[in-house]
Design a protein around this ligand. Sequence first.
Ligand code: FES
Length: 237
Amino acid sequence: MSQITLTIDGQQVQARAGTTVLEAARKIGIRIPTLCYLKEVNEAGACRVCLVEVQGARTLQASCVTPVAEGMVVKTNTPEVRQARKLNLELIMSNHPQECLICPRSTNCELQAVAAELGLKELRFEGTNRHYQPDNSSPSLVRDPRKCILCRRCVSVCENIQKVTAIAPQERGFDTVIAPAFLASLSDSTCVNCGQCALVCPTAAIVEKNQVQEVWSALADPAKHVVVQTAPATRIS
Ligand code: FES
């Protein structure tokens, strides 16, 4: 496959034709934050936290879905890029429950880690929280649509890797929710409890049930303290 030469942050890089700006940047050690991206599984350009500036383009581009092109000049760390990434993250966070201290994914949450990376310390926007209730019907998983950022990683892994297609986007617009068909519960779906959706979820929208039960039991029992970890969040991907 032919090689493309492009410039990222002043460095020349060679990348295979058909690959993306994100991959080319990673190749030379340039870090670009991502949330919805899962290499070769979910390349949907949904979250827009991976924005970069491409010379000649009228708008900022999502690097995870922008193919490299010969002579392309990319900047990944301009004030405009940083501001746009942060704004997009603020909008994602505006309807995300503020329950990190009692969340089973706290300190192991990609959303939390990207928020720390982008320096998000307070939320300027108060969005409307989704009204869907957690689905506790599965023997092994808990699905909490309130925490879903609609990245679709779980959908891609369920459909394209596991070939199960137990979950998919349902409803439209703000009401969009990742759920089994007809908003059925997981226990009434084709879910095989493989847990791959929980593994790739960047938040706690789908988690293994034992993780949730540990938090519930700690909250219910005053003798067990919920340990609030103060170490900086680290990314898991
Ligand atoms: Fe590129 Fe989400 S990681 S749009």
